[in-house]
Design a protein around this ligand. Sequence first.
Ligand SMILES: [Mn+2]
Length: 444
Amino acid sequence: MPAVHIPTTQYVERRRQLMAQLPADSVVLIPAAKELTRSADTEFMFRQDSYFYYLTGFNEPDALLVLKPDAEQAVTLFCREKDKLAEVWQGRRLGVEAAVDTLQVDAAFTLAEVDEQLRELVNGTSQLWYPDGLYADWDEYVQNLIKTLRQGPKRGWQAPSMRRDVRGLLDEMRLYKDQHELAIMEQAATLSANAHCRAMEKAYPGIHEYQLEAEIHHEFARNGARFPAYNSIVGGGANACILHYTENQDAIADGDLVLIDAGCELAGYAADITRTFPVNGTFSDEQAALYQIVLEAQYAALAEVKPGSNFHQANQAAVAVVTQGLLSLGILQGELDDLIANDAHKPFLMHGIGHWLGLDVHDVGDYQRTDGKQLRAFKAGMVLTIEPGIYIDDSHDVDPKWHNIGIRIEDNVVITDNGHQLLTGDVPKDIDAIEQLMASAKGA
Ligand SMILES: [Mn+2]
């Protein structure tokens, strides 16, 4: 798998694009993420804040990016200082001297200098742009900074009169992926697709959910994506009907379907794939009948994934197929139009058709148009998931032969000028193709 990399010039360009949208006398503060305690003196693996990473590509905790478009020193970074002892124990640090060249910022200071320097940078500006409510300690810090500036008119200090949320502008930028992001997401998708193939190949009746999870994570890690983008869902039988099941503890019985919703994080970007397959390699008649409905619903939704369409149209296409399918199997009764009008599918398909995908698995970007009245239209460069499902557990009042079947089929697509490009096509989803892959793995 070739190395993936976003050139520093691209981060410079993103910062330029953000600053170009700001009114005069603005200042922007974007904090990095902090390390989080997992237990006692151990930490969770560090994950950078997506906004900070989008604008810097800098992967250390305890940092702050300040943008001040009107100033000569327009881009300032505060970061951890070099510290031999700390670096021997905890890891290398970039440090302020290297930061200026490496990250192509105008100036860099240590966090110890933040009080004095930031007061200077914010003083006299009229609008402070900041992700309010994201980090409690920074919220308090910003609050106190403004308070301090308000108390110093005799020293010539002037606090910004307006605080605005910078996320609106950044979300809109992040919604459209550039060529570098698309290249990374293509790799993340391919790598995740291969992991799903591996799980199909390694499955057998009696295997534990966590063992299939391990096959998935093994394939991620050995290809350079050390971590999943979210907690992997591996649910056999009834567990597949729990949408965000992550206990992954049970043995999967012969004859059960297994649903795996898992994607890697590569260079910060998420893939998000779901496949459902029979643990013994062969779909039962009931499983195949329901699976085929979900598959056709997904194809119907994907046909609506093109410029000018939207999530609502894709969802309606899938819902029509699911409702028709459940009606034809006798799971729903009535007139098709009435059933569709009354959302009769909802007890069997309780989630939406998909979501934006990017640095976050449920990525940022408004689903409404800016006027709030309509769903926004798909445009080239957006990346999203399409993931219809059908879930029937033993609480559904239907013929018990349908019980404990949970199916979801999820792919990642990028909107192109003429339609869409499927990023996750390397893992099969047609019934024959899945059974063939599993049979040939057994034979080998
Ligand atoms: Mn998803």
